[in-house]
Design a protein around this ligand. Structure first.
Ligand code: SF4
Ligand code: MG
Length: 335
């Protein structure tokens, strides 16, 4: 399987009163055709900015790196060329509050508009296609809903409409940024089901940006874990859950009670400390202030990103010390 998207050593900085903030600090990520890649991390880890930079929608300044999609260098395209790719070949959906639908137009009008930007269809054909798309995303009685205004729909239905708009031009890549965070658990499960279906039936590649490892377990093939603007761990989804290598990933996993054995289920764990304040990043490993394994070396020298097992990468000094390339399982069990 070839790579559909290759992000290579991408750097996006913001300039604030407090100086330069490296929001994306040398990120390399690949997405294969038909694959769902999870980008996981706490808020402020750089996962959204990475995706927005790739789509040329970030306010930050790109300081280096490349973004290759289908063999094209997205960072080198003209604004016009990039507009043609957005929505048609790469589509995005967000957590609802960010891109709520326009309240003054019917959902049908908005889907038709999305269709007509990229396809020359008559109004009646576009409306037919809008109804098809509403049916595709599991909206009941689509021929009626097409004439409704957004405020008449529930949050879950509105997110289905957003997905219908995103799928309207059959994108080869769908970027979903916290698509279910605003929804309750039952509706969330339905939306994730829908995305899995779409991926299966249309071979769409998906980047799933989330802070929720439950969402990752449900949808992803591979996972990148981000911290402080860097990818700190990457591997297949089973491997991440069964054999996490990086102390940060291990901490994240402990914070998901349902993924642990029964003895631990009742206990909610959270990683102590906060994500690094932008602009306050120090030498060495960014996770050191929160890491229970931190050594002197960690505070002065940044660990390299190493392949600790085949296809499994992690950025931590412990792997160098441990000949087997990783922490042992005991480290996962709290004392
Ligand atoms: Fe913890 Fe050191 Fe590994 Fe960073 S390099 S995660 S501080 S052990
Ligand atoms: Mg975000």
């Amino acid at each position: 399987l070839g790579n559909l998207l290759e992000i290579n050593n991408l750097k996006t900085y913001f300039y604030t009163e407090n100086g330069e903030v490296p929001a994306v600090d040398g990120v390399s990520i690949t997405v294969k055709k038909g694959e769902t890649l999870g980008i996981v991390g706490e808020s402020g880890s750089g996962k959204s900015v990475t995706a927005l930079t790739a789509m040329r929608l970030s306010q930050g300044k790109v300081m280096g790196g490349s973004v290759t999609f289908n063999g094209m260098d997205l960072l080198a395209l003209s604004d016009e060329e990039m507009r043609k790719i957005r929505g048609k070949e790469i589509a995005m959906i967000f957590q609802e509050p960010m891109t709520s639908l326009n309240p003054v137009f019917t959902v049908g009008h908005q889907i038709m508009e999305a269709i007509q930007i990229h396809m020359e269809l008559s109004k009646s054909k576009a409306k037919e296609r809008a109804i098809e798309l509403l049916a595709l995303v599991g909206i009941p009685r689509p021929e009626r809903i097409v004439n409704e205004y957004p405020h008449r729909l529930s949050g879950g239905m509105r997110q289905r409409v957003m997905i219908a708009m995103a799928m309207s031009c059959n994108p080869s890549l769908l970027i979903a940024d916290e698509p279910t965070t605003a929804l309750d658990v039952t509706i969330q499960a339905q939306i994730l089901d829908l995305m899995r279906e779409l991926k299966k039936n249309h071979n769409t590649s998906i980047i799933m940006i989330t802070h929720d490892l439950g969402v990752v377990a449900e949808t992803c093939d591979r996972v990148c874990v981000m911290y402080g603007g860097k990818v700190v761990e990457e591997s297949g989804v089973q491997e991440i859950f069964n054999n996490p290598k990086h102390p940060y990933t291990q901490g994240l996993l402990k914070s998901v009670p349902t993924l642990l054995d029964s003895e631990e289920q009742s206990r909610l764990y959270s990683i102590e400390g906060n994500v690094p304040i932008p602009g306050s990043l120090h030498e060495g490993c960014y996770f050191a202030p929160r890491c229970e394994f931190a050594m002197d070396k960690c505070r002065v020298e940044a660990p390299a990103y190493t392949e600790v097992e085949q296809g499994h990468f992690s950025r931590c000094w412990l792997h160098e010390m441990d000949g087997r390339g990783g922490l042992n399982d005991k480290s996962l069990v709290e004392s």
